[in-house]
Design a binder for this molecule. Sequence first.
Ligand code: PEP
Length: 248
Amino acid sequence: MANRKYIVGNWKMNGMQAQLSDIAHIAAIAAKHGGVDVGICPPITLITAAANANPDFAIGAQDCHFNEKGAHTGNVSAAMLKEAGATYTILGHSERRADHGESDADVKAKAEAVHAAGLGAIICVGETEEERDAGQAVAVVTGQLAGSFPDSANADWLTIAYEPVWAIGTGRVPEISDVEEMHGAIRAKLGELMGEGSDAVRIQYGGSMNGGNAAELLAVPNVDGGLVGGASLNAEKFGPIIEAAEAT
Ligand code: PEP
């Protein structure tokens, strides 16, 4: 049986108080599409206000530290995110892996911390263009998945996002056949890593998803949703993706 679609907007370092109204508009659209799970991950500064203003809508974070507290200037813990109003967080986004040198082991430790705090996690994996051109995409991505995979994995709290690095923010998307191959490979790897229950772990596609290509991407086998950057910043762009998810 197909999994319920799960569409999440990653606002990255975008959004001031003035953009809280965009979250309210998106939450209102999500409320009208009860067949799909929808959330927004704004910058940390907006989490509490967004969660308080939209109590039935899933507000998430974009990262956290793997320790509970301590001397980690500039970081926040999973428990802090939860107290702020987040119910889940993105982990291991390629921008974190590239800009902050996050390793698979770091991502795994963060996922364990997030689960211990009672939050959900979306773990991102994806190959660079050089890796794809070298024919290594599946090996790289399934390797990242194995290295980042938390011991306590369970579909109740864990989602995987396949995000080819070269497709993020570029307007380029992989061939549909490549998306199908990769999501199938991730599904098979989840089976190896988890055994029973692995089919229920949702696998999102991320990388230049928009209102024009969402329906085709979301219809691919084992594509259980989308992680969306640029096209999640307002209701005009994000709404059609939510509609496409409910229609597939
Ligand atoms: C992302 O950064 O997670 C992402 C998918 O971005 P975009 O949709 O803008 O490519």
